[in-house]
Design a protein around this ligand. Structure first.
Ligand code: HEM
Length: 227
């Protein structure tokens, strides 16, 4: 049962990722069309796109550690897509800020970004995300080789800045942004070589023990059937 579910998930992971990443956008469109975004629709769109962007950034970062801990390589296939969807949501988030709040007046947008520290931090995250989105293709990966990996480590900086941006915006209850921050730290720790090595060692021990158990129960049933 577990193996069948795992195989099914592995086979269908791509479309599951696309549907899950697009669902908040579709829902947002639906709520906008049916006028059910609440008393302050612009704020609602900003909050929803910001939160979805953060969730997708963290999900993209979680793919590699998830594979390390649970040994599920198909998840690596959706890392790029999740990152690109995060970029899409951040762009919508920023466009709402620049277009609706400041009528796309570059001087006003520039002033607002440098006046409000939370906006500056968010904008830095957006700017850093741009080269990651552009170089996310296989061709760029080949062209940049080792540099590609170093460049894409910036995803942690981007997510860290996004968490700071969130903490800065919250007025009283810091629990949610801090919980996201703690998760980013855990994901970062899971990527450290000694931690990764220990996890892989534990997994290999579990596998060996499981194989031994299967072998001994097979041997017992063979002996029983011979008697
Ligand atoms: C990686 C980039 C970014 C991420 C992940 C992100 C994420 C978020 C999140 C999670 C919130 C919700 C905070 C809450 O619930 O109180 C938020 C709110 C907000 N963000 Fe961003 N953000 C990013 C970039 C930006 C940029 C570039 C700007 C504009 C310069 C911006 C402007 C805002 C504003 C104005 C709000 C508050 C909306 C309100 O309370 O009315 N964000 N963002």
């Amino acid at each position: 049962m577990y193996a069948t579910m795992r195989a099914w998930l592995g086979k269908n992971i791509r479309w599951i990722a696309h549907v899950s990443a697009l669902a908040p956008l579709v829902l947002l469109g639906f709520d906008a069309l049916t006028d059910t975004l609440g008393a302050n629709p612009i704020q609602e769109i900003t909050l929803r796109t910001g939160k979805t962007a953060l969730l997708l950034l963290i999900s993209s970062l979680a793919c590699t550690p998830f594979n390390t801990v649970f040994g599920f390589p198909p998840i690596i296939k959706v890392r790029r897509e999740l990152g690109l969807y995060a970029f899409l949501y951040v762009c919508v988030h920023f466009l709402i800020f620049a277009l609706i709040d400041y009528g796309l007046d570059t001087d006003l947008v520039y002033e607002a970004i440098f006046e409000k520290p939370y906006a500056l931090v968010g904008f830095t995250a957006l700017v850093l995300l741009l080269p990651l989105a552009v170089t996310s293709t296989k061709a760029w990966q080949k062209r940049l080789r080792k540099k590609w990996k170093s460049l894409h480590k910036l995803a942690y900086v981007v997510t860290g800045l996004a968490v700071v941006h969130y903490v800065w915006l919250v007025k009283s209850d810091y629990r949610e942004p801090l919980a996201w921050g703690a998760l980013v730290v855990v994901l970062l720790i899971l990527r450290l070589s000694p931690v990764k090595r220990s996890i892989l060692m534990v997994r290999s021990r579990i596998r060996t023990r499981r194989a031994q158990t299967v072998r001994s129960s097979l041997a017992t049933s063979v002996v029983k059937s011979q008697n």
